[in-house]
Design a protein around this ligand. Structure first.
Ligand code: ADP
Ligand code: MG
Length: 421
């Protein structure tokens, strides 16, 4: 893809925007872009530089994303609404053409990384609550104030961030230990943790000694991919507005990543803000259990769409007939009685029971969490609570004790201690 119309090849140290930004290392990439950590010589901060492929259709998509990001940034001057901030944008001409570039505040690992890091065992419920609050603040801002539907909410598109200023806080920033997860071990097992802490302290001391040298050249060491975050208020932000739309100006019928897709999208019954609420519930479940809520697959004689609808009904109960037959594609899946055409036998397993039986939640944790999630998964999109209403839900302010917390899994939750935020 590094050819005419494709990605722009970047070397470490390359200058952008007349030398304001200096490329440091690659952070990630998507279908349309590569994303680089860059040093902003004007603000002395690290930023994420998203460099779009150059062909016309990618430039068009980037212009749309910039338009959305500009309205997000303009409406939130204090940058407190849990949505990624656009700092700058410009064009960069290279051998493969002209690339639109977005300069975004530098964030950390995604929630998918966090779930993986916890070995798909699920996070403590108290942490899930904190993360949910951030996402809901972001969604309330997008939906309630801007009229924007994200349409691709999922753990990959929610990034952790901390309030540490890497350039201004080089000691903290130096705690970048490149600690690999010990093979087969757990990070919060006592002895391992001690070794890690010692290593961290040694590294920090060494770093402090080196700060003046680094400062002179770079403004602090570039953040690496692992970082000690114990005791830091951890938050997250919603990112990736490449597919976002205004509720009254929609572009696509098929939206959302498969597993996070709402039923009305599968049925082509029209959609609005409540599709993000559905994806939010799927994301919260995944954070708490480590498993995707719905992972549909096609099988003999049925499609992945039909499997998806069957999985939804097994967890949430039968879809009301009116909704089942109400979409432009309903006839592909449902007969006139509102029963699936090809998957005739459903095995019902309600959410609260699933949480107890499969994920070993306590009865009370399971009931409380299911009471929070189920209204968000209403088959009727208008009945789902809004982000604003959801922020009032008592579940967000509950506190589980440490014992309930682990729901039967000891020493698996290593928190954020080795992730980059
Ligand atoms: P695309 O629209 O091409 O999928 P994304 O906006 O999803 O691009 O970014 C691709 C990847 O780059 C993300 O998955 C993430 O790893 C990284 N990334 C994007 N934005 C940031 C950011 N602000 N800070 C840190 N990393 C980021
Ligand atoms: Mg993406």
């Amino acid at each position: 893809s590094y050819r005419k119309g494709g990605y722009h090849a970047v070397r470490i140290g390359d200058p952008f925007a007349g030398g304001r930004y200096i490329a440091q290392r690659k952070l990630g990439w998507g279908q349309f872009s590569t994303v680089w950590l860059a040093y902003d010589t004007q603000s002395s901060k690290y930023v994420a530089l998203k460099i779009q492929k150059s062909a016309q259709q990618f430039a068009q998509a980037a212009l749309h994303e910039i338009e959305v990001l500009l309205s997000i940034a303009n409406g939130d001057p204090s940058n407190s609404k849990c949505v990624v901030h656009l700092i700058d944008h410009f064009k960069h001409t290279g051998p493969n053409g002209q690339h639109l570039c977005m300069v975004l505040e530098f964030l950390g690992d995604s929630l998918l990384g966090l779930i993986r890091f916890n070995r798909y065992k699920g996070l403590e419920l108290n942490k899930v609550r904190e993360i949910c609050k951030c996402i809901l603040i972001g969604l309330h801002y997008l939906h309630g104030e801007l009229g924007i539907i994200h349409t691709d909410l999922k753990p990959e598109n929610i990034l952790l961030f901390s309030t540490i200023d890497h350039a201004k806080d080089p000691v903290r920033s130096a705690l970048t230990p490149i600690l690999e997860r010990p093979e087969g071990g757990t990070l919060n097992g006592g002895s391992t943790m001690n070794i890690i802490e010692k290593k961290l302290k040694r590294r920090a001391r060494r770093a402090v000694a080196n700060i003046s040298v680094r400062r002179a050249s770079m403004g602090g060491e570039a953040p690496k991919s692992a970082r000690c975050l114990d005791g830091i208020d951890v938050r997250c932000k919603v990112v990736d507005f490449g597919n976002a739309c205004w509720a009254d100006k929609q572009f696509a019928e098929e939206i959302q990543t498969r597993q996070y897709r709402a039923p009305e999208v599968i049925l082509r019954a029209g959609y609005s803000f409540s599709v993000d609420m559905w994806s939010f519930a799927c994301t919260a479940f995944e954070l708490a259990t480590g498993d995707m809520m719905f992972a549909p697959k096609s099988g003999q004689g049925f499609s992945d769409d039909e499997d998806h609808l069957a999985l939804m009904m097994e967890l949430l109960g039968k879809m009301p007939r009116k909704i089942a037959i109400g979409g432009a594609r309903s006839k592909d899946f449902f007969d006139r009685h509102g029963d699936l055409k090809r998957i005739r036998r459903l095995k019902f397993w309600p959410l609260d029971r699933l949480l107890v039986d499969k994920y070993k939640f306590s009865e009370s944790d399971a009931c409380e969490f299911a009471e929070f999630l189920c209204p968000l998964l209403d088959f009727s999109p208008e009945k789902r609570p809004t982000a604003e209403q959801c922020l009032q839900h008592p579940w967000l302010n509950l506190r589980s004790s440490d014992q309930n917390e682990m729901h039967g899994q000891s020493n698996v939750d290593v928190g954020m201690s080795n992730l980059q935020i």
